[in-house]
Design a binder for this molecule. Sequence first.
Ligand code: FES
Ligand SMILES: [Fe+2]
Length: 338
Amino acid sequence: MSSQPSANNRGYAGLPIPFGWFAVAMSDEIAAGDVRTMKYFGKEFVMWRGEDEQLRAVDPYCPHLGAHLGVNSNVEGNDLRCPFHHWTFNGEGGVTGIPYTKVIAPSMKRSCLPSWPVQESAGVVYVWYHPRKEAPKWELAQLPRCIEDGADIGDWVPAGRHEWVIDIHIQEITENGQDHAHFAAVHGVPGAPSAEFKLDGWQRRNMVVAEMNTPRGPMTGTIDITAVGPGQSITEYTDVTHVLQVQQATPIDAEHTQIRWQLYHAPGISDGRMRVAQARMRDLAKQIEQDIPIWNQKVFLEKPLLVQGDGPLLAYRRQYAKFYADPVAVENTAVAAE
Ligand code: FES
Ligand SMILES: [Fe+2]
Protein backbone atom coordinates (compact mmCIF):
# COMPACT_ATOMS: atom_id res chain seq x y z
CA MET A 1 0.00 0.00 0.00
CA SER A 2 1.40 3.41 -0.90
CA SER A 3 2.21 5.82 1.91
CA GLN A 4 -0.42 8.32 2.96
CA PRO A 5 -0.27 12.06 2.46
CA SER A 6 0.56 13.98 5.65
CA ALA A 7 -0.19 17.32 7.30
CA ASN A 8 2.72 18.84 5.35
CA ASN A 9 1.87 17.10 2.11
CA ARG A 10 -1.86 16.90 1.81
CA GLY A 11 -1.83 15.09 -1.50
CA TYR A 12 -2.11 18.17 -3.68
CA ALA A 13 1.24 17.68 -5.43
CA GLY A 14 -0.56 15.88 -8.25
CA LEU A 15 -3.28 18.52 -8.47
CA PRO A 16 -2.33 21.69 -10.30
CA ILE A 17 -4.44 24.85 -10.37
CA PRO A 18 -7.28 24.52 -12.91
CA PHE A 19 -8.03 27.06 -15.62
CA GLY A 20 -11.32 28.95 -15.84
CA TRP A 21 -13.28 32.04 -14.94
CA PHE A 22 -12.76 32.79 -11.25
CA ALA A 23 -14.18 35.45 -8.94
CA VAL A 24 -11.51 37.75 -7.54
CA ALA A 25 -13.58 40.52 -5.92
CA MET A 26 -17.05 41.94 -5.55
CA SER A 27 -17.69 44.83 -7.95
CA ASP A 28 -18.43 47.31 -5.15
CA GLU A 29 -15.02 46.65 -3.58
CA ILE A 30 -13.20 48.45 -6.43
CA ALA A 31 -14.24 52.04 -7.23
CA ALA A 32 -13.19 54.07 -10.29
CA GLY A 33 -9.56 55.12 -9.77
CA ASP A 34 -8.76 52.21 -7.42
CA VAL A 35 -5.74 49.96 -7.98
CA ARG A 36 -5.62 46.51 -6.35
CA THR A 37 -2.91 43.89 -6.16
CA MET A 38 -4.63 40.53 -6.43
CA LYS A 39 -3.13 37.29 -5.10
CA TYR A 40 -4.73 34.23 -6.61
CA PHE A 41 -3.62 31.10 -8.49
CA GLY A 42 -0.28 31.27 -6.64
CA LYS A 43 0.42 34.46 -8.60
CA GLU A 44 -0.11 38.19 -8.48
CA PHE A 45 -1.75 40.57 -10.88
CA VAL A 46 -2.79 44.20 -10.72
CA MET A 47 -6.34 45.35 -11.38
CA TRP A 48 -7.68 48.85 -11.73
CA ARG A 49 -10.95 50.56 -12.56
CA GLY A 50 -10.76 53.38 -15.11
CA GLU A 51 -12.80 56.57 -15.33
CA ASP A 52 -15.06 54.69 -17.76
CA GLU A 53 -15.88 52.24 -14.88
CA GLN A 54 -14.22 49.35 -16.75
CA LEU A 55 -11.91 47.00 -14.88
CA ARG A 56 -8.58 45.98 -16.40
CA ALA A 57 -5.84 43.65 -15.17
CA VAL A 58 -2.19 43.08 -16.04
CA ASP A 59 0.80 41.14 -14.72
CA PRO A 60 2.39 42.93 -11.77
CA TYR A 61 5.84 44.00 -12.94
CA CYS A 62 6.47 46.97 -15.22
CA PRO A 63 8.34 45.82 -18.34
CA HIS A 64 10.47 49.01 -18.26
CA LEU A 65 12.57 48.47 -15.13
CA GLY A 66 10.48 46.13 -13.04
CA ALA A 67 8.53 48.30 -10.58
CA HIS A 68 5.50 46.63 -8.99
CA LEU A 69 2.49 48.21 -10.66
CA GLY A 70 0.33 47.73 -7.57
CA VAL A 71 2.56 49.87 -5.33
CA ASN A 72 2.18 53.67 -5.46
CA SER A 73 0.82 53.48 -9.00
CA ASN A 74 -2.27 55.41 -10.00
CA VAL A 75 -5.06 55.49 -12.52
CA GLU A 76 -4.87 58.17 -15.21
CA GLY A 77 -8.05 58.28 -17.22
CA ASN A 78 -8.48 54.63 -18.08
CA ASP A 79 -4.78 53.77 -17.88
CA LEU A 80 -2.46 52.62 -15.11
CA ARG A 81 0.57 54.81 -14.39
CA CYS A 82 3.74 53.13 -13.13
CA PRO A 83 5.17 54.90 -10.06
CA PHE A 84 8.81 54.57 -11.12
CA HIS A 85 9.08 56.57 -14.40
CA HIS A 86 5.41 57.33 -15.08
CA TRP A 87 4.91 55.14 -18.12
CA THR A 88 1.20 54.51 -18.64
CA PHE A 89 -0.42 51.23 -19.75
CA ASN A 90 -3.82 50.32 -21.13
CA GLY A 91 -5.80 47.17 -20.38
CA GLU A 92 -4.09 45.26 -23.21
CA GLY A 93 -0.72 45.95 -21.60
CA GLY A 94 0.17 48.48 -24.31
CA VAL A 95 2.21 51.59 -23.49
CA THR A 96 0.06 54.72 -23.91
CA GLY A 97 2.59 57.30 -22.78
CA ILE A 98 6.17 57.89 -21.66
CA PRO A 99 6.68 61.41 -20.28
CA TYR A 100 10.29 61.82 -21.48
CA THR A 101 10.23 60.09 -24.92
CA LYS A 102 8.47 60.96 -28.15
CA VAL A 103 9.00 57.71 -30.01
CA ILE A 104 7.26 54.58 -28.73
CA ALA A 105 7.63 51.44 -30.85
CA PRO A 106 4.32 50.19 -32.31
CA SER A 107 4.91 46.77 -30.68
CA MET A 108 5.16 48.45 -27.26
CA LYS A 109 1.96 50.37 -27.97
CA ARG A 110 0.20 47.14 -28.84
CA SER A 111 1.26 45.18 -25.79
CA CYS A 112 4.42 44.60 -23.79
CA LEU A 113 2.84 43.47 -20.54
CA PRO A 114 0.62 40.36 -20.26
CA SER A 115 -3.00 41.24 -19.52
CA TRP A 116 -5.87 39.23 -17.98
CA PRO A 117 -9.42 38.92 -19.36
CA VAL A 118 -11.80 40.57 -16.84
CA GLN A 119 -15.60 40.44 -16.70
CA GLU A 120 -18.20 41.58 -14.22
CA SER A 121 -21.53 39.90 -13.76
CA ALA A 122 -24.21 40.29 -11.05
CA GLY A 123 -21.86 42.26 -8.81
CA VAL A 124 -18.94 39.83 -9.04
CA VAL A 125 -15.56 40.47 -10.68
CA TYR A 126 -14.10 37.54 -12.61
CA VAL A 127 -10.77 36.98 -14.34
CA TRP A 128 -9.91 34.21 -16.75
CA TYR A 129 -6.92 32.25 -15.47
CA HIS A 130 -4.93 29.85 -17.61
CA PRO A 131 -1.38 28.82 -16.66
CA ARG A 132 -0.25 29.29 -20.27
CA LYS A 133 -2.40 32.37 -20.87
CA GLU A 134 -4.65 30.58 -23.34
CA ALA A 135 -7.81 32.51 -24.25
CA PRO A 136 -11.14 31.78 -22.50
CA LYS A 137 -12.63 28.43 -23.55
CA TRP A 138 -16.20 29.06 -22.42
CA GLU A 139 -18.51 31.93 -21.54
CA LEU A 140 -19.02 33.13 -18.02
CA ALA A 141 -22.24 31.76 -16.50
CA GLN A 142 -24.80 34.53 -15.94
CA LEU A 143 -27.40 34.88 -13.22
CA PRO A 144 -30.58 33.13 -14.42
CA ARG A 145 -34.10 34.56 -14.23
CA CYS A 146 -36.46 33.36 -11.53
CA ILE A 147 -38.84 30.80 -13.06
CA GLU A 148 -41.84 29.43 -11.14
CA ASP A 149 -44.34 26.98 -12.64
CA GLY A 150 -42.76 27.55 -16.04
CA ALA A 151 -43.25 31.34 -15.94
CA ASP A 152 -40.54 34.00 -15.73
CA ILE A 153 -41.49 35.94 -12.61
CA GLY A 154 -38.61 38.41 -12.68
CA ASP A 155 -35.15 38.96 -11.26
CA TRP A 156 -33.94 37.08 -8.22
CA VAL A 157 -33.74 39.39 -5.20
CA PRO A 158 -30.32 39.70 -3.50
CA ALA A 159 -30.57 38.47 0.09
CA GLY A 160 -27.06 38.11 1.44
CA ARG A 161 -23.41 37.38 0.81
CA HIS A 162 -20.83 35.16 2.46
CA GLU A 163 -17.10 34.58 2.08
CA TRP A 164 -14.82 31.90 3.41
CA VAL A 165 -11.12 31.04 2.95
CA ILE A 166 -10.53 27.34 3.32
CA ASP A 167 -7.30 25.35 3.57
CA ILE A 168 -8.06 22.98 0.75
CA HIS A 169 -7.50 22.45 -2.98
CA ILE A 170 -10.37 23.85 -5.06
CA GLN A 171 -11.22 20.46 -6.61
CA GLU A 172 -12.27 19.14 -3.20
CA ILE A 173 -14.91 21.83 -2.63
CA THR A 174 -17.29 20.78 -5.39
CA GLU A 175 -16.36 17.11 -4.97
CA ASN A 176 -18.27 17.43 -1.69
CA GLY A 177 -21.54 17.76 -3.62
CA GLN A 178 -20.96 14.37 -5.28
CA ASP A 179 -20.14 12.74 -1.94
CA HIS A 180 -23.60 11.46 -1.10
CA ALA A 181 -22.67 9.58 2.05
CA HIS A 182 -21.51 12.66 3.94
CA PHE A 183 -24.90 14.41 3.73
CA ALA A 184 -26.34 12.30 6.53
CA ALA A 185 -23.13 12.08 8.56
CA VAL A 186 -22.09 15.75 8.44
CA HIS A 187 -25.27 17.65 7.68
CA GLY A 188 -27.85 15.42 9.31
CA VAL A 189 -29.92 15.24 6.12
CA PRO A 190 -30.76 12.11 4.19
CA GLY A 191 -28.49 11.60 1.16
CA ALA A 192 -29.67 11.82 -2.39
CA PRO A 193 -32.47 9.31 -2.98
CA SER A 194 -32.66 10.34 -6.60
CA ALA A 195 -29.77 12.21 -8.11
CA GLU A 196 -29.09 12.80 -11.74
CA PHE A 197 -25.54 13.64 -12.71
CA LYS A 198 -24.92 14.99 -16.20
CA LEU A 199 -21.75 16.22 -17.83
CA ASP A 200 -21.85 18.37 -20.89
CA GLY A 201 -18.55 19.84 -22.05
CA TRP A 202 -17.42 22.37 -19.47
CA GLN A 203 -20.70 22.13 -17.58
CA ARG A 204 -21.88 19.77 -14.85
CA ARG A 205 -25.49 19.42 -13.81
CA ASN A 206 -26.71 17.72 -10.65
CA MET A 207 -30.41 17.34 -10.12
CA VAL A 208 -31.26 15.98 -6.72
CA VAL A 209 -34.67 15.13 -5.35
CA ALA A 210 -34.07 15.01 -1.65
CA GLU A 211 -35.75 14.67 1.66
CA MET A 212 -34.73 17.71 3.63
CA ASN A 213 -35.24 19.21 7.01
CA THR A 214 -36.79 22.62 6.62
CA PRO A 215 -37.88 25.09 9.26
CA ARG A 216 -41.35 23.60 8.72
CA GLY A 217 -40.26 20.02 9.20
CA PRO A 218 -39.10 17.34 6.76
CA MET A 219 -40.23 17.59 3.15
CA THR A 220 -39.24 16.66 -0.38
CA GLY A 221 -37.52 19.30 -2.45
CA THR A 222 -35.32 19.65 -5.47
CA ILE A 223 -31.77 20.88 -5.66
CA ASP A 224 -30.66 21.81 -9.15
CA ILE A 225 -26.96 22.58 -9.51
CA THR A 226 -25.31 23.91 -12.64
CA ALA A 227 -21.55 24.22 -12.46
CA VAL A 228 -19.78 25.94 -15.32
CA GLY A 229 -16.03 25.36 -15.21
CA PRO A 230 -14.32 24.90 -11.85
CA GLY A 231 -15.09 28.40 -10.55
CA GLN A 232 -18.86 28.92 -10.79
CA SER A 233 -21.85 26.98 -9.55
CA ILE A 234 -25.45 28.07 -9.36
CA THR A 235 -27.80 26.07 -7.15
CA GLU A 236 -31.55 26.46 -7.12
CA TYR A 237 -33.46 25.08 -4.13
CA THR A 238 -37.16 24.50 -4.63
CA ASP A 239 -39.01 23.29 -1.56
CA VAL A 240 -41.10 25.22 0.92
CA THR A 241 -38.90 28.09 -0.25
CA HIS A 242 -37.39 29.07 -3.58
CA VAL A 243 -33.81 30.16 -3.11
CA LEU A 244 -30.80 30.63 -5.41
CA GLN A 245 -27.26 30.13 -4.17
CA VAL A 246 -24.57 31.47 -6.48
CA GLN A 247 -21.12 30.20 -5.57
CA GLN A 248 -17.68 31.07 -6.80
CA ALA A 249 -14.62 29.08 -5.77
CA THR A 250 -11.23 30.61 -6.50
CA PRO A 251 -7.81 29.05 -5.87
CA ILE A 252 -5.60 31.35 -3.81
CA ASP A 253 -2.94 28.69 -4.38
CA ALA A 254 -3.00 24.90 -4.56
CA GLU A 255 -3.81 24.60 -0.84
CA HIS A 256 -6.15 27.54 -0.18
CA THR A 257 -9.48 28.32 -1.77
CA GLN A 258 -11.74 31.32 -1.40
CA ILE A 259 -15.47 30.75 -1.60
CA ARG A 260 -17.99 33.51 -2.24
CA TRP A 261 -21.74 33.17 -2.08
CA GLN A 262 -24.49 35.46 -3.16
CA LEU A 263 -27.92 34.33 -2.00
CA TYR A 264 -31.20 35.33 -3.61
CA HIS A 265 -34.88 34.71 -2.98
CA ALA A 266 -37.80 34.82 -5.41
CA PRO A 267 -39.34 38.24 -6.10
CA GLY A 268 -42.65 39.45 -4.70
CA ILE A 269 -42.88 37.09 -1.74
CA SER A 270 -44.91 37.65 1.43
CA ASP A 271 -43.28 38.45 4.77
CA GLY A 272 -44.07 34.93 5.90
CA ARG A 273 -42.35 33.31 2.90
CA MET A 274 -39.48 35.76 3.37
CA ARG A 275 -38.88 34.54 6.92
CA VAL A 276 -38.84 30.92 5.76
CA ALA A 277 -36.49 31.80 2.88
CA GLN A 278 -34.16 33.55 5.34
CA ALA A 279 -34.16 30.50 7.61
CA ARG A 280 -33.37 28.29 4.60
CA MET A 281 -30.46 30.54 3.64
CA ARG A 282 -29.09 30.49 7.19
CA ASP A 283 -29.29 26.71 7.05
CA LEU A 284 -27.26 26.63 3.81
CA ALA A 285 -24.51 28.69 5.45
CA LYS A 286 -24.62 26.39 8.48
CA GLN A 287 -24.13 23.40 6.19
CA ILE A 288 -20.93 24.73 4.61
CA GLU A 289 -19.65 25.62 8.07
CA GLN A 290 -20.15 21.96 9.02
CA ASP A 291 -17.92 20.96 6.08
CA ILE A 292 -15.14 23.49 6.72
CA PRO A 293 -13.43 21.87 9.77
CA ILE A 294 -13.20 18.60 7.83
CA TRP A 295 -11.97 20.34 4.66
CA ASN A 296 -9.32 22.31 6.55
CA GLN A 297 -7.58 19.15 7.77
CA LYS A 298 -8.33 16.38 5.29
CA VAL A 299 -5.91 14.99 2.73
CA PHE A 300 -6.61 14.26 -0.93
CA LEU A 301 -6.49 10.59 -1.78
CA GLU A 302 -5.77 9.80 -5.40
CA LYS A 303 -7.09 6.29 -4.80
CA PRO A 304 -10.00 6.61 -2.40
CA LEU A 305 -11.51 3.38 -1.11
CA LEU A 306 -15.00 3.87 -2.51
CA VAL A 307 -18.04 1.65 -2.06
CA GLN A 308 -21.57 1.54 -3.42
CA GLY A 309 -23.54 4.55 -2.22
CA ASP A 310 -20.60 6.96 -2.20
CA GLY A 311 -21.85 8.85 -5.27
CA PRO A 312 -20.33 9.77 -8.65
CA LEU A 313 -16.96 10.87 -7.24
CA LEU A 314 -14.82 9.35 -9.95
CA ALA A 315 -17.02 10.65 -12.79
CA TYR A 316 -16.66 14.05 -11.17
CA ARG A 317 -12.88 13.69 -10.97
CA ARG A 318 -12.67 12.61 -14.59
CA GLN A 319 -14.59 15.67 -15.72
CA TYR A 320 -12.57 17.91 -13.44
CA ALA A 321 -9.35 16.63 -15.03
CA LYS A 322 -10.40 18.55 -18.17
CA PHE A 323 -9.84 21.80 -16.31
CA TYR A 324 -6.11 21.12 -15.99
CA ALA A 325 -3.75 22.34 -18.69
CA ASP A 326 -1.54 19.28 -18.18
CA PRO A 327 -2.86 15.75 -17.67
CA VAL A 328 -3.43 14.50 -14.13
CA ALA A 329 -3.95 10.93 -13.04
CA VAL A 330 -7.54 9.95 -12.29
CA GLU A 331 -7.48 6.54 -10.69
CA ASN A 332 -10.21 4.08 -11.43
CA THR A 333 -9.19 1.22 -9.25
CA ALA A 334 -11.63 1.49 -6.37
CA VAL A 335 -14.79 -0.54 -5.88
CA ALA A 336 -16.65 2.45 -7.20
CA ALA A 337 -20.36 2.50 -7.66
CA GLU A 338 -21.06 5.21 -10.16
S1 FES B 1 9.70 50.76 -14.11
FE1 FES B 1 7.73 51.33 -14.70
S2 FES B 1 7.99 53.14 -15.77
FE2 FES B 1 9.99 52.52 -15.32
FE1 LIG C 1 -21.04 19.17 2.59
